[in-house]
Design a protein around this ligand. Structure first.
Ligand code: B4P
Length: 190
């Protein structure tokens, strides 16, 4: 299996690039942000709990997202691999993912980390917020909180995967196509 983590701060291009990678490598896309937003639309108890946290730009509790990912892995038993987009976001999530994949006899092949400066992240998210209706994209204070959550709890995961020799850092500024070809180059060496 080819299991990839697409990593980076909010607005780095994870969702954008995931959509291209799933086509090219025939992978299943698991975006915890998308799954949570679906739960909110359907109005489940989990969605209700997540909504207020997401609206503030805070992370949702680890046990919620870990159990979501666990059931998605169970529901997709024979696939080429997964792209994890927006997951893991904490050390607890990274450890849980390693354990879940060991149970399935597989592992993470690489973490692909997109590097984008904060001013560009804020610009992109505010731009998306004009059309997306996502309340977390429409307010600069909430975007700043999301970036802070990333710096405080998520960025350290690069070390976790670097220590397993699985980290590749890719410049995330430029055209979507140009960034995609840099990602493809790395993946094709795996
Ligand atoms: P996510 O849905 O993961 O939100 P995101 O990080 O903003 O999305 P992404 O990074 O994929 O957006 P993209 O760059 O593609 O999370 C939302 C919230 O859910 C979190 O704040 C948290 O509350 C919760 N959550 C999710 N997962 C969680 C977890 N594991 N644990 C706890 N909580 C969790 O796109 C941004 C914009 O940039 C787009 O408009 C795009 O068109 C544009 N763009 C992309 N590439 C570009 C380029 N090269 N040039 C110019 N613009 C570009």
């Amino acid at each position: 299996m080819l299991n990839l983590i697409l990593f980076g701060p909010p607005g780095a291009g994870k969702g954008t690039q995931s959509n291209l990678l799933i086509e090219r490598y025939n992978l299943v896309h698991l975006s915890t942000g998308d799954i949570l937003r679906e739960e909110i639309v359907v109005g489940t108890a989990l969605g209700l709990e997540a909504k207020s946290l997401m609206d503030r730009g805070d992370l949702v509790p680890d046990e919620v997202v870990i159990s979501m990912i666990s059931s998605k892995l169970d529901n997709n038993p024979s696939v080429n691999g997964f792209i994890f987009d927006g997951f893991p976001r904490t050390a607890a999530q990274a450890n849980a993912l390693d354990n879940l994949l060991v149970e399935k006899g597989t592992t993470i092949a690489a973490m692909l980390s997109l590097k984008v400066k904060d001013t560009e992240l804020i610009r992109r998210l505010l731009e998306r917020g004009k059309k997306s209706g996502r309340s977390d994209d429409q307010n600069e204070k909430i975007i700043a909180n999301r970036i802070q959550e990333y710096n405080n709890k998520t960025a350290e995961l690069k070390e976790f995967y670097a220590s397993q020799n699985k980290l590749s850092e890719i410049e995330g500024i430029g055209s979507v196509e140009n960034i995609a070809s840099k990602l493809n180059e790395v993946i094709d060496t795996l």
